[in-house]
Design a protein around this ligand. Structure first.
Ligand SMILES: [Zn+2]
Length: 515
């Protein structure tokens, strides 16, 4: 079966083919490491993990780059306000470097808890300053940049396809644009490639702006360019800007630049798939495309995948409402990262999701139910499956094998995770209530492996066998039942419950699961 994905470039579900047969290059916009990620942030990474798993199951090798934004992501999309990292540093009385390190570690630990496959390259913006500067240099040489008092900007007027990707109505944007402090911009949607450190400000993270990137004013003249539309405005030159080649101008990269620089320097000018959140379309990804394609003169990505918003209780996630739940918040309420993972997979990435604790509880119950089927593998005895018994369990073998195939096909159909989850439910429902000798052990194990490989829910890892003592207690209880010693049988049931094990008495014998 072919793999189909919703491509933002075409607004349709298209058949995927990579540039190189058998190999996929993938770029995922990563987190800004200045705070704990909330459930909405994690949703995106969970969906792209499913994408990677589906690509692998479709026979591709995947080379993926994900960035950690540790500099330059300003509070406002309009290249204004504080750098989120520097703000985090003030909040926590640390340096921006310490803040980045702390939250990068937290993010990587969260990835592991959620069972997200590690990308081949997890790279930090601060480790790619040279590549980012090189990209600015290429854009400057090709005439796509201009300088203002606070930085080097991309001139979107020089890139006529700028509005195409997000189908932007730039005229309407212009009418609604506020006159900003940085209105030296030639167009309101021009964006910073490189920002100069503001005068009087000491940044933890800043780098020397190479001289060849700077347009120096003739000595003695007032500094400032590009005040188009605001001819009467007096520009005050920043004291840090040079009046001669002897002075150093410090600066830092604009947020959008890192993704283009990393993707192109590691994966090449054109990548197969680029992923991110739907909120990245109008600004961040539009800007990534403009600067990448202006520099390389090639298409930046063939497929763009975007996950829709996750709402909380039907509304927006917002700091002021305190509903930006983190993994730590969920754990404190008794939910695991894998519960969250299954909750997210209950919706398809293209649909808007709604997080409520009720829905999360439903996902937690579903996962518990799946684990109850997973532990059956410890209770089916291989000895029962000699040749003359073969027909007894053949039916479950066939149906579980078919379910593995259907599961993969559901994901190959535009990552239809809700359908995939239904297929798992139905496969287990067909096993439900069957006596153990009618369940094909190898068939069950191989199905569990498929579910884990494709959905990453770790059914096998989270359901180890019980210890020998518990097994002896179960046998002892069975003997007590045979002897109709109900008091002892109940006592032994309580002993097992204290060890976190519950037992069900089926016509074919006792079946245990974990509480
Ligand atoms: Zn990005």
């Amino acid at each position: 079966m072919t793999l189909k994905l919703h491509n933002t470039l075409t607004s349709t579900v298209d058949t995927f083919t990579p540039l190189t047969e058998g190999k996929v290059t993938l770029y995922t916009c990563g987190p800004t490491v200045y705070d704990y990620p909330h459930v909405g942030n994690w949703a995106s990474f969970i969906y792209w993990d499913i994408l990677v798993r589906t690509l692998i199951a479709s026979g591709y090798t995947v080379e993926r780059v994900m960035n950690l934004t540790d500099v330059g992501h300003l509070v406002s999309d309009a290249d204004e306000g504080e750098d989120k990292l520097e703000k985090g540093a003030r909040r926590e009385n640390k340096t921006a470097w310490e803040v980045a390190e702390f939250y990068a570690e937290d993010f990587l630990a969260g990835m592991e808890k959620l069972g997200l496959l590690p990308p081949e390259h997890i790279v930090r913006a601060t480790d790619f300053i040279t590549q980012q500067i090189d990209l600015v240099r290429i854009l400057k040489e090709k005439g796509f940049t201009y300088q203002t008092t606070d930085g080097i900007y991309f001139d979107t007027a020089k890139f006529p396809a700028y509005a195409n990707f997000a189908r932007l109505d730039l005229e309407a944007q212009k009418a609604g644009a506020r006159v900003e402090a940085s209105d030296e911009k030639r167009q309101p949607w021009d964006f910073a490639l490189w920002k100069f450190t503001e005068p009087g400000i000491t940044r933890d993270m800043q780098w020397e702006t190479p001289d060849d990137l700077l347009e120096l004013p003739p000595i003695g003249q007032e500094y400032g360019v590009g005040s188009k539309g605001h001819a009467n405005r007096t520009l005050t030159p920043y004291s840090l800007l040079p009046t001669s080649n002897d002075e150093v101008v410090y600066g830092f990269p604009g947020w959008h630049l890192e993704c283009s620089a990393m993707a192109m320097s590691i994966l090449g000018p054109t990548i197969d798939i680029h992923t991110g959140g739907i909120d990245h379309i109008p600004v961040h990804h539009t800007n990534e495309i403009a600067q990448s394609e202006a520099a390389s003169e090639a298409r930046f990505a063939n497929f763009w995948l975007h996950n829709n918003h996750l709402k909380i209780d039907g509304g927006k996630i917002s700091k002021s409402l305190g509903n930006g739940y983190t993994l730590q918040d969920l754990e404190a309420k008794g939910f695991s990262a894998l519960d969250l993972r299954l909750f997210i997979l209950q919706g398809q990435y293209t649909s808007e999701g709604n997080f409520t604790f009720e829905n999360l509880t439903a996902a937690q119950n579903r996962l518990k139910n799946w684990r109850d089927y997973a532990v059956l593998r410890h209770q089916i005895h291989d000895g029962l499956h000699d040749d003359d018994k073969k027909n007894d369990d053949h039916e479950t073998y066939v149906s579980l094998q078919a379910a593995s195939g259907a599961l993969r096909e559901a994901l190959q159909n535009n990552l239809n995770t809700p359908e995939a989850l239904r297929i798992v439910d139905e496969a287990f429902a067909r096993v439900d209530g069957k006596s153990l000798d009618r369940i094909h052990r190898h068939g069950l194990v191989s199905f569990l492996e498929s579910v884990d490989e494709l959905l990453g829910v770790q059914l096998i890892d989270t359901t180890p066998d019980i210890d020998d003592e518990a097994k002896r207690t179960i046998l002892e209880r069975e003997r007590a039942r045979e002897a109709k010693d109900w008091v002892k049988s109940d006592q032994l049931r309580d002993t097992l419950a204290r060890a976190g094990i519950s037992v069900r008495d089926m016509p074919s014998g006792t079946v245990w699961s974990r509480i």
